[in-house]
Write a protein that binds this ligand. Structure first.
Ligand SMILES: [Zn+2]
Ligand SMILES: [Zn+2]
Length: 400
C-alpha cells in the first residue's frame, strides 16, 4: 500500500503546494476564516466529497465513504492564522498586512486536502469511512474552535471511532515524526489577580495599604506553589507577565492588576492549581492588609494521545520513514493545542511533523509564531503520506 500511496502523493504533490500557497497568501484570524473555508469547500466540491460547512463557525466536515463497511476515522487540520507581520519575503507572502500563517495551519490544511485527494481516489477499497475535519479558531484560547465543532456534531453522524491530527514542528528535522502516547500538549489557563489596598501618602505608609508591596509578595509566593505543592515528578509553570498599578511616585498604590498564565501537564495538577493559587494569593495579600480578587479561567486541557491509536499510527511512520525516524519520549511542549478537546472525546493520536530543513541547525530555524516561520517544503509529502497511511491502518486494525 505504501507504494500506491506514494505514487498518488506525487500525482497530487503540485496540487498540495498550490493549496498551501493560496492559503498562505490569505491568512485569516480565528473565527474569521470565511475565505479559507470557502476555498476548502470548493476543493472538496471539486473532488465530489460530500461535506457540511459552518460547523462550529467556519468549520467543515467532509465524508469519504469507503466501498466496504468498517470504522470511522477522523483526520483534523486547523485553519486559522495569527496577527503577526510576515517577514519571510516569500513570493506567496501574506496579502493581508499584519496577518500571517505563522503557526503552519495553512500547511495542515494543504496536507489534509492532499490526503483527501488520495483517500477519495482509493475509496472503493476503503474499509470504513474517513471524516475530514477542517477546524477554525485553534488560536482562540480559552474557547477554541474544537469544542464548537463538537457542539455542532462534528464527531457524530457517523460517530467517530478514532482521530488523528498533526502539527508541523520546526524543532524536528524534516524526515522525522514525533509521536508518543500520553500528554502531548500543556493545559494552558489564564490567571488575573486584582490586589486591592488603600492609597495614602508615600511618606506615611502606616496610614495606607500598599498594593504594590502586597502584589510583589504574591508574585513571589505563587512561584512557591510549583516548588512546594506539586510532586517532584510533575511540573507546572506559573508566569505573571503584566503588573499594572500605581499613579504617582509619592502615592501608595491602591490597586494592582496582575495578569498571567498557568501551564500544567497532568489533570490532577491542572485541577489543583486554581485552588492553590487562590489560597496563596488571598492569604498573602491578607498578611499585608490587602485583598486579592483572583480570576482563574481554565483554557485548553492537555492533549492526550491514546496508546492504542498511537501504536497503530506509529506503524505508519515506521513504514514511511523507518524506525530511526520515529521520535518518541520527546519533552511535552508547554504550549496549548485545542485538538485536546477531540482527544478527550475519541481515542486520538497527535503527531509532530519535522519541518526543519535537513542540516540546518535548530537555533537557525524560525520558531512557530515567528514572522519568519516557513515549514520546509519537503515536509509536505511526508505529512500527506503519513496521514493517508495512518488512516488506512486505523481503518484496517480498528475494523478487526
Ligand atoms: Zn499556534
Ligand atoms: Zn498551531
Amino acid at each position: 500500500m505504501k507504494d500506491k500511496v506514494a505514487q498518488l502523493e506525487s500525482k497530487y504533490r503540485e496540487k498540495v503546494m498550490e493549496h498551501w500557497k493560496y492559503l498562505h497568501m490569505h491568512p485569516e484570524m480565528a473565527t474569521k476564516e470565511e475565505k479559507t473555508s470557502g476555498y476548502i469547500s470548493g476543493v472538496l466540491k471539486g473532488l465530489g466529497i460530500e461535506h457540511r460547512t459552518n460547523v462550529g463557525g467556519y468549520g467543515i466536515v467532509g465524508l469519504i465513504k469507503g466501498g466496504l463497511p468498517g470504522p470511522v476515522v477522523a483526520l483534523r487540520a486547523d485553519m486559522d492564522a495569527l496577527a503577526i507581520e510576515e517577514k519571510t519575503g516569500l513570493p506567496f507572502c501574506s496579502v493581508n498586512p499584519g496577518f500571517m500563517h505563522a503557526c503552519g495551519h495553512d500547511a495542515h490544511c494543504a496536507i489534509l486536502l492532499g490526503a483527501a485527494h488520495i483517500l477519495n481516489e482509493l475509496k472503493e477499497g476503503l474499509k470504513g469511512t474517513v471524516k475530514v475535519v477542517f477546524q477554525p479558531a485553534e488560536e482562540y484560547s480559552p474557547i477554541g474552535g474544537a469544542p464548537l465543532m463538537i457542539r455542532d456534531g462534528a464527531l457524530e453522524d457517523p460517530a467517530v471511532d478514532a482521530m488523528i491530527g498533526l502539527h508541523v514542528w520546526p524543532i524536528l528535522e524534516t524526515g522525522t515524526i514525533g509521536l508518543q502516547p500520553g500528554p502531548v500538549s500543556a493545559a494552558s489557563d489564564r490567571l488575573k489577580i486584582h490586589v486591592k489596598g488603600k492609597s495614602g501618602h508615600a511618606s506615611m505608609p502606616h496610614t495606607g495599604v500598599d498594593a504594590i508591596l502586597a502584589s510583589s509578595a504574591t508574585v513571589v509566593a505563587l512561584q512557591q506553589i510549583v516548588a512546594r505543592n506539586i510532586s517532584p515528578r510533575d511540573t507546572a509553570v506559573v508566569s505573571l507577565c503584566t503588573v499594572k498599578g500605581g499613579s504617582n511616585y509619592n502615592i501608595l498604590a491602591e490597586d494592582v492588576y496582575l495578569d498571567g498564565t498557568v501551564r500544567t501537564f497532568d489533570d490532577e495538577v491542572t485541577r489543583m492549581m486554581p485552588v492553590a493559587i487562590k489560597r496563596v494569593a488571598e492569604n498573602t495579600c491578607k498578611a499585608y492588609g490587602a485583598e486579592a480578587d483572583v480570576q482563574y479561567t481554565s483554557g485548553y486541557p492537555t492533549t492526550i494521545n491514546d496508546p492504542r491509536i498511537v501504536s497503530i499510527a506509529q506503524k505508519a511512520v515506521i513504514e514511511l520513514l523507518g524506525e530511526e525516524n520515529l521520535l518518541t519520549g520527546l519533552p511535552v511542549p508547554a504550549g496549548g493545542e485545542d485538538f485536546s478537546f477531540f482527544s478527550r472525546r475519541v481515542p486520538s493520536a497527535f503527531a509532530w511533523i519535522g519541518c526543519r530543513p535537513k542540516g540546518r541547525p535548530e537555533g537557525e530555524s524560525p520558531a512557530l509564531h515567528n514572522g519568519l516561520f516557513v515549514p520546509d517544503e519537503a515536509a509536505f509529502p511526508i505529512g500527506v503520506n503519513y496521514t493517508v497511511l495512518a488512516a488506512l491502518r486505523l481503518l484496517d486494525e480498528l475494523g478487526g
